[in-house]
Design a protein around this ligand. Structure first.
Ligand code: ASP
Length: 658
């Protein structure tokens, strides 16, 4: 990988307006405060030069005021090319492979930049060859020598450094290694448990390094983007009060106040709203969030969000800001030009067309509604569902009739019945004459079959799958079928990226555990202004100023415009069954703040781990985090969570039963 120039670190204060037009930065000759960027007269700060100690930053030569760093190596293991032939160089790295070819030793040295072949021949000298013979996998060495052309026929075109080799004259073993539990560059991937236990070895794997670097670049791109738009990066506390994102909290006991607990933030939601009240009208934070939930492949108990909040904006402004960010990321990370604005659809439309609020738009196969036909049909299952205020809906899998045998369809049926509570799955195969064939076909008139076929755009060879049930069940079942068939029938290119928005979510969802309503996003979400009246009359119909960013059928982020009016907030709390005392207890500080000049504001949080996973084309979020936890929320390397001393518990006033 080409080495990134770190550039020269100019005094931070002078850097601030770099790259901006003079109009945006204001008149060039105005003396500006180094920290706030405001004209000095206004800010009252005396100008200071920040970062002036570092005058030059270069990989090999870190020149600091007051001395030069003596780095051990002159080049990285991924750097040497034909141009370097004849040069004396020093490499440092790990022993990747070592082979002895009748007295000539070939050792591949590896670091995060690549691999270079080091050769130890009799010309290297007896001492050096003797030391080289003791080298084993993952030893850390320093090798000095001359860069040489590889002899003809030994060039390795797969390696960036494959045209040269290092003829070693001097070798130092910087450290030895035990036999590693697996080779970082072995073809076969060891079990995930082993990888997580020996994460330091796993992180040496080029694939992991690529992802770690991609993550770094994505976060840097985001920060640069927001910085150029005057966003301010503010850190908010880890030890705080419970935040209302709807998950279980991780609690931290207080020693000085026994019996009291901090909650680790489920998100910085309340703090970022407070920052808006405090006048920091554009906020970001790369924020760690903690939610004690049951884990799935794309969930972690602690995860990272790019947290954003803005004042004096509406939904369009926030979506537009994130559109720009997505385009920048696509270009910077994937060299992809995407056209803006990103497509948007409402939540209701997403559920109608795809059965889900994060639809995968890389392929079609949209849901078709035949409830009106079902009502007139002779088939009781359809008619009953339609008459009981349910829906009959289905999807058409083009050309898939032959791909699914009776057994295959039985499997699809079991999938939707067992996992999504559907009562069954009706299906038709379209024969060569365009007629719908199925064991249930005899229950329909020929005319009705034709109408269903027409509605579902049936053509010879197609497979039609239909669910007759409550609306929610048809959504879940058909979403699952569409997802499964999309993958099985290879209806999309997995390398393709699709970005879109789903907007205007319901304000409330039915609380299945406790009855009543729960907030679909969180309790600070504002309803659409035209829906305010519905809060009193029909809360279920009330739609929120809410938006989710969807990438390839995954929710990559979500946010809302917030309520900045205390009365409206009160009304929403009441609907959510949060009484005044509880609201005071839990978020009294926010309610107070809302009464001291809260500007209209809103924000969003983007899931960085998930976005890295999607941009890197990976399937597991654990591969996108340097030190992740298992599905059981354990860190296999450190063995956390672990037991603590009895003394620590005593100090905290805690008795355990385990
Ligand atoms: N705090 C929200 C979350 O973590 C995001 C937001 O509303 O800005 O999902």
């Amino acid at each position: 990988m080409p080495k990134k120039s770190l550039g020269s670190a100019k005094p931070a204060g002078n850097n601030r307006n770099a790259g901006r037009s003079s109009t945006a930065a204001g008149p060039q000759n105005t003396r500006r405060d180094q920290i706030t960027g405001m004209p000095c007269e206004t800010s009252g700060f005396a100008p200071r030069i920040l970062g002036s100690r570092i005058t030059q930053l270069d990989f090999r030569k870190l020149t600091l005021i007051g001395g030069e760093l003596n780095l051990l190596r002159t080049h990285t293991c991924g750097e040497l090319r034909l141009d370097h032939v004849g040069q004396q160089v020093t490499l440092c790295g790990w022993v990747d492979t070592h082979r002895d070819h009748s007295g000539v030793l070939f050792v591949d040295l590896r670091d995060r930049y690549g691999r270079t072949q080091a050769v130890f021949a009799p010309e290297s000298g007896d001492e050096t060859v003797k030391a080289a013979k003791t080298l084993r996998s993952e030893y850390v060495v320093l090798a000095r020598g001359t860069v040489a052309l590889r002899p003809e026929g030994t060039v390795n075109p797969k390696l960036n450094t494959g045209q040269i080799e290092l003829r070693v004259e001097h070798l130092e073993i910087l450290n030895r290694s035990l036999v590693p539990p697996f080779q970082p560059t072995a073809m076969e991937l060891p079990s995930e448990d082993l990888r997580l236990k020996y994460r330091y070895i796993d992180l040496r794997r080029p694939e992991m390094q690529r992802t770690v670097l991609l993550r770094h670049r994505m976060i840097k791109t985001m920060r640069d983007y927001f910085d150029a738009l005057d966003f301010v990066d503010v850190e908010t506390p880890m030890l705080g009060r419970s935040t209302p994102e709807g998950a279980r909290d991780y609690l931290v006991p207080s020693r000085v106040q026994p019996g009291s607990f901090y909650a680790l933030p489920q998100s910085p939601q309340l703090y970022k709203q407070i920052l808006m009240v405090a006048g920091y009208d554009r906020y970001i934070q790369v924020a760690r969030c903690f939610r004690d939930e049951d884990l799935r492949a794309d969930r972690q108990p602690e995860f990272t969000q790019m947290d954003v909040e803005m004042s004096f904006v509406d939904m369009k402004d926030i979506i537009g800001t994130i559109d720009g960010l997505v385009a920048r990321l696509a270009k910077e990370i994937l060299d992809l030009d995407i056209s803006l604005p990103l497509p948007r659809m409402t939540y209701d439309e997403a559920m109608e067309r795809f059965g889900h609020d994060a639809p995968d738009l890389r392929f079609g196969m949209e849901i078709v509604d035949i409830t009106d036909l079902a009502k007139q049909s002779e088939f009781k299952v359809f008619r009953n569902a339609a008459e009981a205020a349910g829906r009959v809906r289905g999807i058409t899998a083009k050309g898939a009739a032959d791909r699914y045998s009776r057994k295959g369809i039985d499997e699809l049926t079991a999938h939707v019945v067992e996992n999504f509570g559907a009562k069954g799955l009706a299906w038709f195969k379209v024969d060569a004459d365009g007629k719908l064939a199925s064991p249930i076909a005899k229950n329909f008139s020929a005319d009705m079959l034709e109408k269903i076929g027409q509605r579902m755009d049936a053509a010879p060879g197609d497979l039609l799958l239909l669910v007759a049930d409550k609306y929610e069940t048809t959504c879940k079942a058909l979403y699952a079928l569409r997802k499964r068939l999309g993958a099985e029938l290879k209806l999309y290119d997995p390398a393709k990226m699709h970005f879109s928005w789903v907007v205007e979510f319901p304000m409330f969802a039915v609380d299945t555990e406790e009855g009543g309503w729960t907030a679909m996003h969180h309790p600070f979400t504002a309803p659409r202004s035209q829906d305010r009246g519905l809060l009193a009359t029909d809360p279920q119909k009330c739609r929120a100023q809410a938006y989710d960013l969807v990438i390839n059928g995954s929710e990559a982020g979500g946010g809302t415009i917030r309520i900045h009016d205390q009365q409206l907030q009160q009304q929403v709390f009441e609907l959510l069954g949060i009484d005044e005392a509880t609201a005071r207890e839990r978020f009294g500080f926010l309610l107070d703040a809302l009464q001291y000049g809260a500007p209209p504001h809103g924000g969003i949080a983007l899931g960085i781990d998930r976005m890295v996973m999607l941009f890197a084309g990976l399937d597991s979020i654990r591969d996108c985090i340097a030190f992740p936890k298992t599905q059981r929320a354990t860190d296999l390397m450190t063995d956390a969570p672990g037991s603590v001393d009895a003394k620590q518990l005593r100090e905290l006033g805690i008795k355990t039963t385990g």
